[in-house]
Design a protein around this ligand. Sequence first.
Ligand SMILES: [Zn+2]
Length: 274
Amino acid sequence: MAPKTGRAQGLLRVLDQCLALREARIVRSALRTTTAFLLPVQCVSCGRPDERLCRSCAKGLRRSARQAIRVEEPAEALPLNAQGQPLPVMAAGKYEHELASVLLHYKNHQMVALGKILVPLLAAALRAAIQELADPSAPVILVPIPTRRQALAKRGYWPVGLLLHKVARAHLLPANVRVAKILRFSIRASWGKAQKSKGRKGRASVRNTMQTRDTPGARKILNSAAQVLFVDDVLTTGATLAEAHRSLGEFDLRIRGAVVVAGTPPPNENRQLS
Ligand SMILES: [Zn+2]
């Protein structure tokens, strides 16, 4: 057999890594499914047994997310317009109490089933944002904030992408609104550390990490003057939305704002929100 060239060896190494990643995801996914059956179910908010979200907490969640709210004010890293106003951000509710518990467990504890609680909340926030931030009579493109490959490999799913997919599939949005995945993290950034810190440090960790997808569908949207709303699960500093905004800066798209499930937690709250 002829000796392998350096390039061939490099390609084989990449292929090995890809296969290892795929196998690891399959094993992790199987373990998650098994443990979900074995572990006793309890309310993610108050710990009461037998239900993932007890009636009392579900009632509290409905009460706190009754009306979508604007949450851009405390997010210090959001991009500013010419008048110095931050990018407007609509949320289903504040990142606190039951909503914070459900979102945290959906995102970081692999409890994908909790997504069905979050889908109508996100849909309501999206509809409010389309009315308040965009021109509802013209088409609106919803651009989900991408996930890093490292986070995808760890979780096995893309939290906001999955929610948005379910919102669209359930026909909870106006007919002229559609979802377009036109952003992605650059390959190097994908394996880097996610933004967890506040302020300047948080901003630096995501700067120049996002880019547009190079597909015919993405190019068609990027070369239009469509209205855009970014969609993410949680707004913390706004650094990730600022990076998404920067990555679309060279195009003529009309960025109207962003929509999140929950808005900025208080500064001292423990953040497990990569
Ligand atoms: Zn409860």
